[in-house]
Structures are given as structure tokens and as C-alpha cells.
Design a protein around this ligand. Structure first.
Ligand code: SF4
Ligand code: SF4
Length: 402
């Protein structure tokens, strides 16, 4: 695709990156076939190709309107289009850059700004989020059904192993996950302990920066990233083997720290090291001998929902399924496994109607062969699916912990 960026963008690193991405698109339209919003809405402007055109126009200096913003807002950033694209167009980066520019040019209504600021304040702050969740649980019986289902029940979590091992890794605690699903990381620690690996926690690390970044508050997101790097650095210097991610939504962002901080002279090198050490828990277990866990599944039927951030963002496919089969679970078939469940970070709140349609479709496709459990690899998907699922929804690592 030919481009003609205006001077203002041509000379910035983001503008240059966006131009390279735009030029890699050959306008073939293959990506439209696997785009969830195009499937639901049938509007070219709600397809990857249509959105790429909109962003090209923005970067070439055309007038930007609320309409442009609406079509970019409706994108889930699921990156299914990237998996389909034969030309390797890095759509996810382009939409990040495009949204940031559009945000500065168009602005938002007072209500939208308040909601987005509230999400950016509460979600990355576990203490605040936890106290609101406790209040929500107290008043849950009085709430309308629509809100009730969004308040997760308190999860029981076992103890964190205390055995010291020579092999050590450090885990990201995150922000939403330790509050709503603390058992995910403690299960991870117990499973790794059985395999002779000690899982450490860096107490000052927290939100990976995704919430702010995806709401176009890029500087705020970068500050979270710098804080995590500072917090992990002593562990890196001590020689941990990996920085373990148990939420694929965080993993995809931490693996991208190297790119996002490439122009920060103080952090670029450290960010590169952090990204290179970052591994999803499935990548860790795929390289370990799991024979000590071999009969744990007892032939239970599990439907695995691979989050977009795992399959499209990190390109990790069929790894979790193989692990679960190796420990004696049965994996059921899922229709259209490439499609998003509608969670997509804050999308389920900001684009509730589309999100609910995607959720209904996803649950139908997951339950087509009557599984006993739905397993996934990201806290956002887990919470979102649990609002409507009739069977338990868990992080898959919990299935290896018993
Ligand atoms: S993003 Fe890829 S698949 Fe979509 S139109 Fe461009 S080149 Fe074709
Ligand atoms: S990221 Fe997902 S929703 Fe957005 S254009 Fe690509 S396929 Fe469609």
C-alpha cells in the first residue's frame, strides 16, 4: 500500500513504525474472514482492512472524526487478523499508534473520560480493587442479575510452597488476577515446586501496563512497565531462569516491553532482557518432564479456550492442549477456536453489547461436546466466561494442581 504521511508524523518513531506497517498491507482482505467484529457487523470499516484505511487517512492528515474513533473502539485488539494475514501486517502495533493519535485529535465526552479514568485507576490497583470487590460481595444479593454475575465468588487458595530449589523463576503477580483468582499463581508455584523449581514473587511488581496502554494512556502504561523492570531487575541479576506469566494478556505485553521502551535510553536494554526472559507458564511446562503428574486428569472432559493474547498475540498454539492430554485430560472440540470471547481487557465494559454477543457464541462453541470444565489461560477471559457459563471456568494450571 502506498503512503504519504504528513510531516508531523513522518519524523516521529511512531509515525515511521506506522508507515512501515501500512506499506506491508497489500489490501487483499483475507483478514476480514477471521475478524470477529466484521463477522458480527458486516461493515468494512469494522474489519481490519477498513480500519487500516482509516488509520492511513489519519496519518496522511485527513480530518479525524468520532466515526473514525468509533470503528477503532470497536476493534477488540484480538489480533486474529495478524494470524490470518499472509503479508505479516503488524496490525496490533498499528492500532495502538492509530488510537493514540485519534484520542489526541478527537477527544471524548465527559462521561467516557470519567469511565476510562476510573478503569485506569481501579484495575491496576489491587488494594483499591480488592476493597471494592469486598463491598460488591456484601451487596451482591441486592444487585440486579446483570451486575450480580460480574462479581466473582471468593476463591480458596492453598499455601505457597516454602521449599528452596536451585532452579528459580519469578512470577508476575499482576493486578486483577491476585484479587479475583489468587489460586492461579499459588497453583503455579505448587506445580513448579513438584518439578523442582522455586517460584519467587517480586513484591513491587504489579500491573503490566496493559490497561493504561490499551486505553491510549501510553505514558502511564510505560511508567508501570518501568516499575516492573526495576522490581524484577534484582532477580534477573541473581540469575532467575524465567519471568513467568500466568495471564496471557500480561504476557503478551511484557514480551513487548522491548519494543515499547525501545526509545527510552534508560530502560531500552533492560526491557530487552526482561522480554527475552518472559515466558508463558505453558512454554515452561512444555519443556519439563511431567511424568509425576501423568494421571492427574482422570479422563475428565475439558474445553480449552485459547485467549487471543495466547494464540494470536504470543503465537502459542496447541501447547496447553498437549500438556493437558499428557496428564490424562480429554480435550473436547471447539468451533471457531480463533474467535475472541469478547473480554478483551476493558472491552466487555466499554463495548458491552458486542462483547455479550461474542460471549454467547463462544460459550456455545465451547460447550458443544458437553465438557465438565472450561479452562483458559487469561484472567480476563476466565472472569468474562464465568459470568454466563453453567460449568466451572478455571485457569488450566489449576487442573495440574491436586
Ligand atoms: S492486513 Fe494483511 S490480510 Fe488484511 S488486507 Fe492487509 S495484507 Fe491483506
Ligand atoms: S484485532 Fe481483532 S477485532 Fe480488531 S481488526 Fe483485527 S481481527 Fe478485527
Amino acid at each position: 500500500m502506498q503512503t504519504n504521511l504528513i510531516e508531523k508524523f513522518k519524523n516521529t518513531p511512531e509515525g515511521q513504525e506506522a508507515e512501515d506497517i501500512l506499506r506491508s498491507c497489500v489490501h487483499c482482505g483475507f483478514c476480514t474472514a477471521t475478524c470477529p467484529t466484521y463477522q458480527l457487523l458486516g461493515d468494512e470499516l469494522d474489519s481490519p482492512r477498513g480500519r487500516i484505511y482509516l488509520m492511513k487517512e489519519v496519518l496522511e492528515g485527513s480530518e479525524v472524526s468520532r466515526k473514525t474513533q468509533k470503528h477503532l473502539d470497536r476493534c477488540l485488539t484480538c489480533r486474529s487478523c495478524e494470524t490470518t494475514c499472509p503479508s505479516g501486517v503488524k496490525y496490533g502495533r498499528l492500532v495502538d499508534i492509530g488510537r493514540h493519535i485519534v484520542e489526541q485529535k478527537v477527544g471524548r465526552s465527559f462521561g467516557e473520560n470519567i469511565l476510562r479514568k476510573t478503569l485506569r485507576t481501579i484495575l491496576p490497583n489491587p488494594k483499591l480493587f480488592a476493597s471494592l470487590l469486598i463491598t460488591g460481595r456484601v451487596f451482591k444479593p441486592l444487585l440486579p442479575e446483570k451486575m450480580k454475575c460480574k462479581i466473582p465468588a471468593k476463591q480458596t487458595t492453598g499455601s505457597w510452597p516454602t521449599t528452596t530449589h536451585t532452579r528459580k523463576m519469578v512470577v508476575l503477580d499482576g493486578c486483577v488476577q491476585p484479587v479475583t483468582a489468587p489460586n492461579t499463581n499459588s497453583s503455579t508455584a505448587r506445580v513448579l515446586d513438584k518439578l523442582g523449581i522455586q517460584l519467587l514473587r517480586a513484591s513491587k511488581a504489579g500491573c503490566c501496563g496493559a490497561v493504561s496502554h490499551h486505553l491510549s494512556a501510553h505514558e502511564e502504561g510505560l511508567d508501570y512497565m518501568r516499575r516492573n523492570i526495576d522490581s524484577w531487575w534484582p532477580y534477573v541479576e541473581q540469575g532467575v531462569e524465567a519471568i513467568v506469566m500466568t495471564a496471557s494478556g500480561c504476557g503478551v505485553v511484557v514480551k513487548d516491553y522491548a519494543t515499547l521502551l525501545a526509545h527510552d535510553t534508560a530502560y531500552a536494554e533492560k526491557a530487552k532482557k526482561i522480554s527475552s526472559l518472559t515466558k508463558d507458564i505453558s512454554e515452561i511446562l512444555a519443556n519439563e518432564n511431567l511424568s509425576s503428574l501423568s494421571h492427574i486428569g482422570n479422563k475428565k472432559k475439558v474445553a480449552f479456550h485459547s485467549p487471543c493474547t495466547l494464540q494470536h498475540g504470543q503465537k502459542i498454539t496447541n501447547v496447553v492442549e498437549k500438556i493437558l492430554v499428557s496428564v490424562d485430560y480429554q480435550i473436547t472440540n471447539v468451533i471457531d477456536p480463533h474467535l475472541c470471547c469478547g473480554s478483551a481487557g476493558t472491552y466487555s465494559i466499554l463495548q458491552s453489547e458486542l462483547s455479550q454477543q461474542l460471549l454467547t457464541n463462544k460459550l456455545n462453541s465451547l460447550q458443544i461436546e458437553s465438557p465438565e470444565i472450561i479452562a483458559t489461560a487469561n484472567i480476563g477471559c476466565q472472569m468474562h466466561m464465568a459470568t454466563k457459563a453453567k460449568i466451572p471456568v478455571k485457569h488450566w494450571i489449576e487442573l495440574l494442581d491436586s
